[in-house]
Design a protein around this ligand. Structure first.
Ligand code: BDR
Ligand code: CA
Length: 318
């Protein structure tokens, strides 16, 4: 089978780390690189965590880490150490920093990398974004023609029928850089939204994690989700005892569309609201009379995805 070329952009983060592991081990995707953005933690830590996880799954040096935006387009950075811990990996980082040697987080190359890779293989590259959409907004400003050449964007962000997780109405990735999201939503790129409606109920349970333990990758999953699971009720909006697989599910849906039921709608984002900043608004009834600009995930086969995740990570023997 031909592997589909993909770029993963993340703000590594616990669930981004699990998303990277899944993408690296995927038998469907060929990861061209992981671009990084400020988000859950600062860009420095995101780069270090990304390199650490790639090394853990045996892809260090093979899959490049390309540093991107150190802050949102127009706003101050809003980090989420409350959820992801001071190290961004739930306290699981045990390296000495050497994984990040050679990555200069001071030189933002992500937008250029995205443009170069997409233009080198028009219509082929899938973009998977699991953090704020800042790097993609920069790429669009550099190359307004980019949307015509991207195969598809699959992004984690937003909520259409459920509430937010950082404010009552906004999901974190959208809240962190709504101006970037607006630019992307209006770009004409083919895209799929993987929002809280489907990621909240997709929970990696202690039972799943128990099955993974025994090899370094499985032990890492255990260590980085441990502190979160001790506060699961508080952190996952009452969905139950488990770790919300926001970002891994996004990679899962990029791999296999049939995991989700989607609908095509026009979606926009609030950027100037005291109460609703960063809220994604989906025009389910076509009240604005606009053409749909994305596919929105509405339902998901969480069990099938979680089995896929456990099987894929379980196959890692080193
Ligand atoms: C998203 O926000 C981040 O904290 C997670 O990594 C995920 O991408 C969920 O709202
Ligand atoms: Ca993320």
């Amino acid at each position: 089978m031909m592997l589909r070329p993909a770029i993963l952009d993340c703000d590594t983060g616990i669930d981004d780390a699990l998303a990277i592991m899944l993408a690296v081990r995927s038998k469907e995707l060929r990861l061209l690189g992981v671009t990084t953005t400020s988000g859950n933690v600062s860009l420095d830590l995101v780069c270090r965590n990304t390199a650490y996880v790639l090394e853990l799954v045996g892809a260090g040096g093979r899959v490049p880490v390309i540093p991107g935006a150190s802050k949102p387009l127009m706003r101050a950075a809003h980090h989420e150490t409350h959820v992801h811990g001071d190290d961004g990996l739930g306290g699981a980082y045990d390296g000495d920093g050497s994984e990040a040697a050679g990555i200069d987080a001071g030189v933002a190359r992500a937008a250029d990398f995205i443009v170069e890779q997409v233009l080198a293989a028009p219509g082929e590259v899938t973009l998977i974004f699991t953090g704020p959409l800042t790097n993609l907004a920069h790429a669009l400003m550099k190359c307004p023609d980019l949307p015509r050449h991207v195969r598809e964007l699959v992004f984690m962000g937003g909520a259409v029928r459920t509430g937010g997780n950082v404010t009552p109405s906004a999901e974190y990735n959208m809240y962190a850089d709504p101006e970037a999201a607006k630019l992307v939503f209006h770009s004409g790129m083919r895209m799929t939204m993987v929002g809280l409606d489907v990621t909240n109920p997709t929970l990696l349970t202690p039972e799943h994690i128990g099955r993974l333990r025994g090899n370094p990758a499985g032990e890492f999953v255990y260590r980085c989700t441990k502190a979160y699971l001790e506060r699961a009720e508080e952190l996952n909006s009452g969905y139950g005892d488990g770790f919300s697989m926001h970002d891994p599910l996004t990679v899962g849906i990029a791999i296999d569309r049939t995991l989700a039921r989607t609908g095509s709608y026009y979606v926009d984002i609030e950027t100037r609201s005291e109460l609703n900043d960063g809220r994604t608004v989906c025009d389910f009834l076509g009240k604005w009379g606009k053409e749909p600009n994305m596919d929105v995930c509405l339902e998901v086969d969480s069990d099938r995805f979680l089995e896929h995740f456990v099987r894929t990570i379980g196959e890692l023997s080193s």
